[in-house]
Design a protein. Structure first.
Length: 500
């Protein structure tokens, strides 16, 4: 999984739940050692406290349950999983004795036990324990209690770790539903949940759903905080990215509004203003609004020191494909030399730029039917290409060695960022693959080279395309990866029906 997934999983599993027993010097020692992350010493101290409480007469079972919980936590931090499980289960038994099966105090220890199960890849057991914790919150506080949200986040993390993406999707929607049932639609406390849901939709390629949540977020901020509030900048930037990927109107306008909000806010960091302005010029270039892009690049040049300006604009910078359906166009053209090739092996899902593929696809299975869904696998650098389409453009023997192939090209980039005069200088890739790379490069846009603040023609630009690896591509950050997002969606427009 990509970094966005790993980051989400780690944040979900990193909860900590230390309980408190009545004040004592022994207990204070345990907590101080834990706070200092001296877990070996904490284990000795926590085990001693448990022994003291077990031997003392009249100690409430709830107090002993807390001590057992903390000892289990320390063992978990040390990776002593069997001992941690033993003490956490003892804590649960004591809690059940003191509070009965549905006591609210059980939730913390159940959550800790679920963490242990997940760290040892016992996902089903972890899921059952968390479901029990969630059920307890429902009994005590109602089905839509906000207290269950940390548990829901952990369930999402487990589903992701177990590659149960559809279940994770259901839980992410439920997370928002809980918030929606506690806050009115005009309550700004709904904004964090909207941001979380929007982020989920974007990262799982549910772009139309993300579009709707970003628009809802923007409306809420406008109505409650004003139409110039700096909180609008990020959702406007995200909305711009999705409008570009989906060929919706009007990505440059949304981003331009975000730039104006940031520029007019005296507290905005200069670097943030600069990055947003450069992004606006890049988006203008990608949607072929050339005159507007040139004006903004000139403004950026004036914002920079001479050395920084030279560094940023010394040579053209690859931005990405102009339209996501250009991916299908490049593929079709590459296969035209083989009569019936495209029709026999692939089909175009839709020429409609609003078309998107399956919103969430589990790519863990290796069966043929699942491989046929892998249209969203990207390969290659610096251009991202569609892995299934690459396979279809090669013979069986060629597929065995293509991971070491390359295509070296030379071309020109004009002042508007358009590519022309493409020449294949050197390559050991099959001819149809070379054609595919060349076609896709011809349909991409570059940030132009600037001289004295003016966009100019750049000749003899070179690029070496390689095919070292492929991986299941999941968008990591739409606002920073427009090129791959658009390619990702373009790949989804073509379904490869056979690798044979």
């Amino acid at each position: 999984m990509k970094s966005w997934f790993l980051g989400l999983l780690l944040s979900v599993l990193a909860w900590s739940s230390l309980a408190q027993v009545p004040p004592s010097s022994e207990n204070e020692d345990v907590l101080q050692l834990i706070a200092a992350e001296e877990f070996d010493k904490a284990a000795v101290a926590a085990a001693g406290l448990v022994e003291i409480l077990q031997q003392a007469s009249g100690v409430p079972s709830a107090d002993l349950a807390v001590a057992q919980h903390n000892l289990g936590y320390v063992y978990l931090k040390l990776g002593r999983f069997e001992e941690a499980e033993e003490h956490l289960n003892k804590s649960i038994e004591l809690r059940e004795e003191a509070d009965r099966d549905h006591g609210a105090n059980l939730v913390a220890t159940l959550s800790m036990l679920a963490r242990l199960y997940s760290q040892t890849n016992r996902f089903n057991e972890a899921h059952k324990v968390l479901r029990r914790a969630q059920y307890i919150t429902h009994l005590n506080d109602g089905v839509f209690t906000l207290r269950q949200l940390p548990i829901v986040e952990r369930i999402i993390g487990l589903n992701l770790a177990d590659k149960q993406l559809l279940l994770a999707d259901q839980q992410q929607r439920f997370y928002y539903l809980v918030n929606e049932n506690n806050y009115s639609e005009d309550d700004t406390r709904l904004l964090p949940a909207l941001a979380k849901l929007s982020d989920w939709y974007r990262k799982t390629a549910q772009f139309q759903n993300a579009l709707g949540t970003y628009e809802k977020t923007i409306t809420l901020i406008e109505n409650q905080l004003g139409d110039s509030n700096v909180a609008l900048a990020q959702p406007l930037r995200d909305l711009s990215s999705l409008q570009y990927v989906l060929a919706e109107c009007c990505p440059a306008e949304s981003l331009d509004r975000a730039v104006k909000i940031l520029t007019n806010n005296p507290e905005t960091d200069t670097t943030e203003k600069l990055e947003a302005t450069v992004r606006l010029a890049d988006v203008q270039t990608m949607v072929t609004k050339d005159e507007g892009a040139g004006q903004i690049y000139r403004r950026v040049w004036q914002m920079l020191s001479p050395d920084k300006a030279q560094e940023m604009f010394n040579e053209p910078k690859h931005l990405g494909i102009r339209r996501r359906d250009n991916v299908a166009t490049a593929f079709r053209r590459a296969g035209e030399s083989i009569p019936g090739h495209i029709n026999r092996h692939s089909r175009l899902l839709s020429d409609n730029p609003r078309m998107i593929g399956n919103p969430v696809v589990d790519l863990s299975s290796q069966g043929k039917r699942d491989r046929e869904k892998r249209a969203n696998v990207l390969i290659g650098s610096p251009l991202a290409l569609c892995y299934p389409q690459i396979l279809q453009l090669m013979s069986k023997p060629e597929r065995q060695t293509f991971a070491g192939n390359y295509v070296s090209m030379e071309f020109s980039v004009d002042k508007d960022g358009r590519v022309s005069d493409i020449q294949v200088v050197d390559s050991d890739a099959p001819s149809r693959v070379k054609a595919y790379v060349r076609n896709l490069l011809n349909l991409t846009r570059y940030r132009p080279r600037l001289e004295n603040g003016e966009p100019v023609l750049a000749e003899h630009v070179t690029m070496r395309q390689t095919f070292e690896s492929h991986d299941d591509y999941v968008p990591t950050d739409a606002v920073q990866d427009l090129s791959n997002l658009a390619t990702y969606q373009g790949c989804n427009m073509v379904t490869v029906t056979s690798y044979e």
